[in-house]
Write a new protein. Structure first.
Length: 261
């Protein structure tokens, strides 16, 4: 996606802002395809702000792939930089043994087994955030697509089985609340064969029951035509599930806005 085209599309859609969240991947297997260049990225965003900043908010964010054994390196990287939002996401399961988007990782496994492995990794990620919070550190603002496993269950096994594992889901949501980590509703699953965003209504309702009030919304667009796709549906779902506010991040600070009607 060309960043300038994304901004033009956001203006066309009437969005009040968009935030780029480049991937930051620390696993060597990701490096051939995910090469993060902070200088080039910052220059791109600065140029777009100079051109369009009067008309639309343009955020510079980042999506960090959680690799627990590389957390020191991740935290050092983040410490020296200012992002509007830092998303922590799990793409690797079983202590970094395999990427969830790798079809081979699914061989001989059921959707239920993969769900459990994925959610265990997400739980571990949130535990890291809770322990950082206990040291008064909050380097991550948003927990990305906490049930991403469903998107790949659909892709690799053709299933849209429910997520299950309420014990893990509850623990993840409680950790989010304890660590000031806002879960994201990610709408990419709606264009990849699932009938729900990630997470869907059951998890969002549970988050509200546990005391959650605001969620972040993301279309996870990797192509201009997907920018903002599904956000209205996600907002309706969130409101139906008892969430009335949207978490928006600028300069690392959260603003909680009423979800648009
Ligand atoms: Zn992701």
């Amino acid at each position: 996606m060309k960043p300038r085209e994304a901004v033009l599309r956001a203006l066309e859609l009437g969005l009040s802002g968009l935030t780029f969240t480049e991937h930051y991947d620390t696993h060597p297997e990701d490096w051939p395809t995910c090469c993060y260049d902070d200088e080039a990225y910052g220059a791109d965003v600065a140029a777009l702000r100079a051109e369009f900043g009067g008309d639309i908010h343009i955020g510079k964010g980042i999506e960090v792939c959680c690799q627990p054994d590389r957390m020191k390196r991740i935290l050092e990287f983040l410490a020296g930089r200012d992002f509007d939002v830092v998303i922590l996401s799990v793409h690797w399961v079983d202590k970094g043994a395999g990427a969830i988007h790798d079809r081979n990782r699914w061989a001989g496994k059921t959707a239920d087994q993969m769900s459990r492995a994925y959610l265990a990794a997400v739980l571990n990620a949130t535990e890291i955030c809770v322990s950082l919070k206990q040291q008064s550190r909050s380097p991550f603002s948003v927990l990305g697509h906490l049930d991403l496993v469903r998107r790949y269950g659909r892709r690799f096994l053709g299933t849209d089985a429910p997520l299950g594992h309420q014990d893990l889901v509850d623990a993840i949501l409680r950790n989010c609340l304890a660590a000031d980590l806002v879960p994201e509703i990610n709408t990419s699953s709606l264009r990849q064969g699932l009938d729900e965003p990630m997470p869907g209504p059951a998890v969002v309702r549970r988050y509200a029951e546990l005391g959650g009030t605001a969620l972040a919304l993301g279309s996870d667009a990797h192509a201009v035509e997907h920018l903002g796709a599904g956000l209205e549906r996600a907002a309706v779902m969130a409101r139906d599930c008892g969430i009335s506010r949207q978490a928006v991040f600028k300069n690392g600070h959260m603003e909680s806005l009423p979800l648009a009607e």
